[in-house]
Design a binder for this molecule. Structure first.
Ligand SMILES: Cc1cc2nc3c(=O)[nH]c(=O)nc-3n(C[C@H](O)[C@H](O)[C@H](O)COP(=O)(O)OP(=O)(O)OC[C@H]3O[C@@H](n4cnc5c(N)ncnc54)[C@H](O)[C@@H]3O)c2cc1C
Length: 461
């Protein structure tokens, strides 16, 4: 293939992988449920090389699929089965260019692993507050392109709130440099917002300037049992009233989720009772945090909103509590076939959504087990359903998403649309929103070479 030769001339031999033994890791998604095929995998080292790849691919009418750490849960970074598409991995572009502890910013290349940037920030007394179970593999370009959330959104917002500047390679192969370290910048359209969360369909992120936050000196991690999600919501209200400004995480965990992490990873829930759990974390830099949290917890235990609880007395205990939350997705993989939903509803509607969805599923799919957990403080629940192997996933999706729609929620709170939810996006977003999305795609990628078929298939338009 002529294009492969041109790519080799641009990137060198080691920059272009074609042997299936080398490319197979890039053509399967994290869950290994979607497998595509690639003409090649390219590994550029600079934005100029990324731009060169895009120009060559565009001239040859070949699609480019940007890929970060390949931890996405919507199969957005996987090529289709045709064997004609190019996977472009950012993994060689992994320099932390500049960390400014005074301005509290960090400029990094897109292929930096999230954890590496977190570590660098911590070493400078700052934090990058995006935190989630895949942070050891996910890349900065990936979290920007999916607008990743995680367990600290309640306090610090989604990735979008942390992006100050971007460098992007456009679909025509030009490099758009907006790597500004500014807190305030109202000079014209804020174009970077278009690329954040666009899942590689509008441009390829090559470098990012992120905001950092002060590193809290004190952290209190607790696990509380509650009777049900309604009580968890009461607990959230009570804790927001008491210590709202220091809460960094408020995670809901169902009894089934706890049972599978105990079963598959030998973990032990330190709070007895086997009911719903809330992981609450608070952090601050002024002394007195522990006393404030203890006082607030005493009230909720006394009033019966929480039935039992424990507070971590060491970093090891805090890590043990977090492991119960963070290993749920992996434990679910070991349970067999599961159908995932990453949904959000207005926060007060979460208990009702959970009740209705569970009732409907139990009635329609005998044997279904509900693995519900997630970021209650953001109204975002991972409502995953472990089902018998013969179950049609689309039937389960429809059932759950219809209830989400009744509550005016979203079918993708943080994982994105990828290739999994294209049909669902078309069903649940309005005609006028779909038209606008298609117009944006056509304006920024008229040849349709960037990650085609993902997010916005646009069949309605
Ligand atoms: C165990 C586990 C827990 C998770 N928990 C959370 C969570 O709490 N919150 C959350 O939001 N997500 C979570 N995720 C999902 C996933 O980790 C995030 O979506 C993450 O942001 C993906 O980053 P990545 O580098 O792996 O991207 P990839 O999976 O490689 O790509 C994701 C999408 O972004 C595009 N893309 C990647 N890099 C670029 C780039 N440089 N330029 C343009 N497009 C690009 C791809 O084409 C694809 O569409 C979890 C995943 C796992 C496996």
């Amino acid at each position: 293939m002529k294009l492969i030769g041109e790519l080799r001339a641009l990137l060198g031999e080691s920059g272009v992988l074609t042997d299936p033994a080398d490319t197979s890791a890039y053509t399967k998604d994290w869950k290994h449920t979607v497998e595509g095929s690639a003409a090649c995998v390219v590994r550029p080292r600079t934005a100029e090389e990324v731009a060169g790849v895009v120009r060559l691919a565009s001239a040859a009418h070949v699609s480019v699929i940007p890929q970060g750490g390949n931890t996405g849960l919507a199969a957005g970074a996987i090529p289709d089965p045709s064997g004609t598409q190019i996977v472009l991995t950012l993994s060689r572009m992994n320099a932390i260019r500049k960390l400014d502890p005074v301005g509290m910013t960090v400029e990094v290349e897109a292929g930096c692993i999230v954890q590496a940037v977190q570590d660098a920030a911590r070493a400078a007394g700052r934090i990058l507050p995006v935190a989630f179970a895949a942070e050891g593999s996910a890349q900065i370009g990936g979290i920007v392109s999916t607008n990743a959330g995680g367990s600290n959104v309640l306090r610090y917002g989604m990735t979008r709130q942390l992006v100050l500047g971007l460098e992007v390679v456009r679909a025509d192969g030009t490099i758009l440099n907006g790597l500004r370290h500014l807190r305030k910048d109202n000079a014209g359209y804020d174009w970077k917002q278009l690329y954040i969360g666009s899942e590689g369909t509008l441009g390829i992120v090559t470098a990012v300037v992120l905001r950092l936050m002060p590193q809290p000196k004190f952290v209190v991690t607790s696990l509380l049992s509650v009777a049900d999600p309604r009580a968890a919501l009461d607990l959230l209200k009570q804790m927001q009233d008491g210590i709202g400004d220091v809460i960094t995480a408020f995670e809901l965990i169902s009894p089934y989720s706890i049972s599978i992490v105990e079963k598959h990873f030998g973990l032990k829930c330190p709070v007895a009772g086997g009911g719903w759990m809330v992981l609450l974390e608070a952090s601050a830099s002024v002394p007195g945090l522990r006393e404030g949290v203890d006082e607030a917890l005493a009230k909720v235990l006394e009033s019966g909103i929480a039935t039992d609880g424990t507070v971590a007395e060491s970093e090891t205990q805090a890590a043990q509590i977090w492991a119960l939350r963070e290993r749920i997705t992996e434990a679910e993989l070991k349970e067999g076939k599961s159908v995932k939903h990453d949904v959000s509803v207005p926060i007060p509607s979460v208990p009702e959504f959970l009740r209705e969805a569970e009732e409907k599923l139990r009635a329609s799919i005998p044997g279904a087990k509900i693995n519900a957990f997630g970021h209650l403080g953001d109204g975002n629940i991972h409502f995953n359903v472990v089902v018998p192997p013969v179950t049609d996933a689309k039937v389960v999706n429809r059932l759950v998403h219809d209830i989400v729609a009744l509550h005016e929620g979203s079918i993708s709170a943080e994982h994105g649309i990828g290739s999994y939810r294209v049909d669902e996006l078309e069903r649940y977003r309005s005609e006028s929103e779909l038209v606008l999305m298609k117009q944006i795609k056509n304006a920024l990628d008229p040849g349709g070479i960037l990650n085609p078929g993902k997010v916005n298939a646009g069949s309605k338009i």
